[in-house]
Design a binder for this molecule. Sequence first.
Ligand code: 5RP
Length: 213
Amino acid sequence: MSNANEKRQAGEAAIRYVEDGAIVGVGTGSTVAYFIDALADLKDRIQGAVSSSEQSTAHLKRLGIPVLDLNATGSLTLYVDGADECDPHKRLIKGGGAALTREKIVAEASDKFVCIIDSSKKVDVLGKFPLPIEVIPMARSLIGREIVKRGGNPVWRDGVVTDNGNWIIDVHGWQIVDPVSLENDLNQIPGIVSVGLFARRAADVVLVGDKLL
Ligand code: 5RP
């Protein structure tokens, strides 16, 4: 069961990684919402934020934090985001909130990825949480068949359209012992926009509540 108190602790603890004058990469979700609330107290000491979703953009703007375009900022020093699962190597499943593609872009553009979770997200092996995959709509069935060939059970997240106008398939039934290989393999299938595995680019720091993993 997820723990709101630990999510708040993690969101607030991540503030210690924010340096004066920084442009901060900001993820998406209920844990990140605590981080955004805490970031608002420092808004006069940072240049602004690069957001990973329309949801976080709205939250940032509501609190008066400038939202900047990644194409204009260049690379970032810090990215803060939550996760759906985290293994002992800081490899993650993300995308429960359907924001995985922009999250992956901002994570890739950042020197340090600080992941904020509650203890319910810690696992030994990734895959109990169904793996989200963002797909181009016309490729949904093709990708579903490719997933079945690989032993997964694809379920279309019916009714959900991502910020990029695409669809989400959640893959059940995979025990992901080699997440880097699976991420690389899935990235080759035409029509897959992003895989919710953050293994090639794992987190650098994981805060479970206010404690380091
Ligand atoms: C959104 C994500 C979130 O980081 C993930 O779903 C965790 O969310 P929460 O902090 O609400 O538990 O990947 O796409």
